[in-house]
Design a protein around this ligand. Structure first.
Ligand SMILES: Cc1cc2nc3c(=O)[nH]c(=O)nc-3n(C[C@H](O)[C@H](O)[C@H](O)COP(=O)(O)O)c2cc1C
Length: 325
């Protein structure tokens, strides 16, 4: 996730289980672009032991091919094309989810990328731009070019992040495509992940916000499949996670400026504090210094109570997930 799931974040969640595969934040591509140096570090300095895909986003097919070729010189598991970002700025440039309005252009771009990428070439998509009936045509294009995997965020671009996901669209893709299909969206806990798999027959899950809030979610899911012990994180574990994130991000910033660092932490903390109570949520908005940061979280989390399994329904950042529980 752009500006959140960077190299320090990957390292910190890998220590708590972590996914089988990572995907970088998206590399923005335009005719004059070169791969972003900071995002490149999550490939070059990936010490998690887990493979990583490089994700690209853009509207110029020739430039996308050029960038993909540059990224293929790196130690990547493959190249992933972003057709899901709903940001009005990105969509306004006909990139990310905005491209879903132009199936003919997607067809051309995927064809060119497929030809240029001899290894894994995967796509991350939504189920349409405005309505899900657009999905059928998109699936035809993905099948025609024999992509190696499709991750589906089960919403349209118009849905942004607010609605329930649409498992039947993911199930339709599983039926039609020969490649692995990965279900994404609203996996807030292990139960939601299992239900999403059950409803769709998908081969895997991609987890974004849920993994920021609960980095143990991957091991909680694994425990269901391999019979290993299910992690049951407690408040003190969350505190250690937050302290670890703070330190790792500080270590990686070019220059540690307290005020800026607190702002950077807030981007990630927003997901983590959902459901921990009004006092923490409000305290987080107010805090400005490292001392206030640690006082807030140590006061609230230095104990052994179990953490809530799900975030509050209808919080701004998590909503519409009840259907998967
Ligand atoms: C702040 C933010 C940044 C994101 N950046 C990316 C990105 O760079 N690439 C991508 O494929 N998806 C990105 N996403 C979308 C997520 O990967 C995911 O598809 C979406 O949040 C739904 O899944 P979740 O409920 O597991 O978070 C982003 C989402 C958010 C909220």
């Amino acid at each position: 996730m752009q500006s959140v799931t960077d190299l320090p974040f990957m390292r910190v969640i890998a220590k708590r289980g972590g996914p089988d595969w990572f995907v970088t934040e998206f590399f923005r591509v335009h005719p004059a672009s070169k791969p972003d140096r900071y995002i490149l570090r999550s490939i070059r300095e990936n010490t998690t032991g887990r493979p990583i895909f490089a994700q690209i986003i853009g509207s110029d097919a020739e430039a996308m091919v050029k960038e993909a070729k540059l990224l293929l010189r790196e130690n990547v598991a493959g190249i992933d094309l972003n057709l899901g970002c709903p940001s009005p700025t990105v969509c306004g440039k006909s990139a990310g989810g905005g491209l879903l309005r132009q199936p003919a252009e997607i067809d051309r771009m995927i064809g060119m990328l497929r030809e240029a990428i001899p290894t894994r070439f995967t796509v991350k998509t939504r189920v349409g731009f405005a309505i899900e009936s657009e999905f059928e045509k998109l699936l035809e294009i993905f099948r025609k070019h024999a992509i190696d995997g499709l991750t589906i965020h089960g919403r349209t671009v118009a849905d942004r992040y607010q609605t329930p996901v649409r498992p039947h669209c993911v199930a339709a893709a599983v039926e039609i495509l020969d490649c692995p299909v990965i279900a994404n969206g609203n996996v807030v806990n292990a139960l939601a992940g299992r239900k999403y798999l059950q409803l769709t027959g998908a081969q895997g899950l991609m987890i974004g916000r849920g993994a920021i809030r609960n980095p143990w979610i991957f091991d909680q899911l694994r425990s269901h499949f391999d019979g290993s012990a299910t992690p049951q994180p407690r408040a003190r574990d969350l505190l250690a996670y937050i302290e670890d994130l703070y330190a790792e991000l500080a270590r990686e910033s070019k220059e540690y400026v307290e005020k800026h660092h607190i702002q950077r932490m807030k981007k990630t903390m927003l997901y983590i504090v959902q459901g921990l109570g009004d006092e923490i949520e409000q305290g987080m908005r107010r805090m400005q210094t490292e001392e206030e940061f640690f006082a807030l979280f140590r006061n609230a989390l230095d104990h052994d109570d179990l953490l809530p399994d799900v975030p509050p329904e209808q919080s701004k950042l998590f909503c519409g997930f009840q259907e998967l529980l």
